[in-house]
Design a protein around this ligand. Sequence first.
Ligand SMILES: [Zn+2]
Ligand SMILES: [Zn+2]
Length: 258
Amino acid sequence: MRLRVFGSGSKGNALAIRSGGTLLLLDCGFSCRELEKRMTACGVCPADVTAVLFTHDHDDHCKGIATFHKRHPLVPLYANGNTADAIATLTGVEDGWRIFETGEPFAIGDVSVSAFSIPHDAADTVGYLFSDAASSLFVATDMGVPTLPVKYALAQATCAVLESNHDPTLLACSDRPVSLKQRIAGRCGHLSNLDAADLVREVAPPNLKTLLLAHLSRPCNAPHLALESMREALKDIEREDVALAALDQDEPSDLYEF
Ligand SMILES: [Zn+2]
Ligand SMILES: [Zn+2]
């Protein structure tokens, strides 16, 4: 399986997964022009996309889909029913949807897909476990608290894209309104650096080779803080062999193969 993240954070999210002849795009949270520019720069041809999947209906995960769908009308759009309805209302994209039930695995080409619920303040947010014959990719961002299905999926991961949104002290000291601070730190908000590290400590995924920290807040986090917290967790579980990196909002990631 191969993974490229085109950008991660509150200004836009999208990543591509390739296995055999299947190319999946997860979320479409940049303008279509920006997304296609980043894809092309990474050698990923937008016309080759087999399917688009969505985690949830927030703007930073779906804002490019109306134009992408116009340009590539035959590419199916996968989401659970509530998320598809909400994205259709938000973007006007009414057709092309393939609705799945959260918790019921399905296949797209060479990839088996399993969606699990995560607590977040959108219509019906999910994370995903993508598997082929060789490996499994876990993706969960925009997550208030890690639930049992999250832990179960992470335990199977070869590669994980995990939210490490904010440093709790930087969030508390920021000049953001109290209501927004409470939303971010709440049960339906975003996972902090410490939450992400505790999750990895608890699950200690036995097959994990690569761990990518995602959706870092620009004002309330810094890559070195997120990496430091996670490095400590990996040390605690004696897994300093895991390759660790923080994803960026503006720059596409390296190409990961696992
Ligand atoms: Zn988001
Ligand atoms: Zn969100």
